[in-house]
Design a binder for this molecule. Structure first.
Ligand code: UD2
Ligand code: MN
Length: 285
């Protein structure tokens, strides 16, 4: 035991460090695309503590992870995601808390801004090292797609059912990305200026690349997701100025982002399976 501790193989409780068990995890699995009620879900996941926190008890995790979900009016997607994501995170021995960042009407939906809100509000609630920004409608289907932060900001998706399990274009940075705390601070977070659909994900990639951070990607057979079918909401119509904004993404990086965000928290609720941060945004500020 003494010797083990000296080599760092176990901590003072005698528990080993959590490692990625490529050897025992199953690889591809079939997601359950049915919606359970919040009550049924919280009963099913009663080992998740209030606010949506889970800590593995058989090993010592190497990082504390905040799963940040930009959200508005997609509770059926959320229920399906939780049913599939929570068991996978548990199998992967991830130490996590789920945060749902819920943007109130009437402002147009702003995914990038909600990343910044999630980062700041989660950081007030716990010493998170790793932030995984996660669309509500992307259901993972491979256990070996480990939910970690890496030496570079990480894009989790190599293929989505919608595009025959490939990506629309090679450089895509939408859907799900992870950042170490230091990495997100270094890029000044996401842009707050993209109201409506599109462009904010490419802006985020520009910020990463301009800081010289190397993007980590998943192998083609690992980063697989099924996207729940949906239409486009009226309050998240295609952003007509996204092209123009994207052209100047690099120029704005230092002057606009995490450091300049304005929002108002209307409530922080510790629900059984997630912490809900309700936020309003004034589009004219
Ligand atoms: C693509 C991207 C997505 C984002 C979007 C453009 C991938 C796989 N997906 O998804 O990451 O860049 O284009 O903005 O690259 N949401 C709500 N309520 C709403 C609207 C949006 O909760 O009314 C959230 C939700 O988490 C959703 C995400 O925002 O998954 C992205 O919106 P989307 O799913 O409508 O966009 P989509 O599928 O075209
Ligand atoms: Mn979607």
């Amino acid at each position: 035991q003494q010797q083990k501790q000296a080599t760092g193989a176990s901590n003072s409780n005698g528990l080993p460090s959590c490692v990625d068990r490529h050897d025992i995890l199953g690889g591809k699995f079939k997601p359950v695309m049915t919606e359970l009620s919040p009550d049924a879900l919280s009963y099913l996941f009663r080992d998740v503590t209030v606010g949506g926190t889970y800590t593995p008890d058989s090993c010592v995790p190497k990082e504390k992870t905040a799963i940040i979900i930009p959200f508005r009016d997609r509770s059926s997607h959320l229920n399906i995601l939780l049913l599939n994501l929570l068991p996978m995170l548990k199998r992967q021995k991830v130490d996590f808390t789920v945060f749902v960042i819920d943007q109130q009407l009437p402002s147009i939906f702003n995914r990038g801004l909600l990343f910044n809100v999630g980062f700041l509000e989660a950081s007030k609630l716990g010493p998170y090292d790793c932030f995984i920004f996660h669309d509500v409608d992307l259901v993972p289907i491979n256990d070996l797609n480990f939910y970690h932060c890496n030496d570079g900001p990480t894009h989790f998706i190599s293929g989505v059912n919608k595009f025959n399990y490939s990506l629309l274009y090679r450089d895509m940075f939408g859907g799900i990305v992870s950042f170490k705390k230091k990495q997100f601070l270094e890029i000044n977070g996401a842009s707050n200026m993209y109201f409506g659909w599109g462009g904010e994900d490419d802006d985020l990639r520009v910020r990463v690349v301009r800081r010289g951070l190397k993007i980590v990607r998943k192998y083609a057979d690992i980063g697989l997701y099924d996207m729940i079918k949906h239409g486009r909401e009226n309050s998240n119509g295609k952003n007509p100025v996204r092209g123009g904004l994207l052209k100047l993404a690099g120029k704005r990086q230092d002057s606009e982002g995490l450091s300049t965000i304005r929002y108002k928290v209307q409530g922080v609720d510790l629900l059984p399976l997630y912490t809900r941060v309700t936020v309003t945004v004034n589009m004219t500020e």
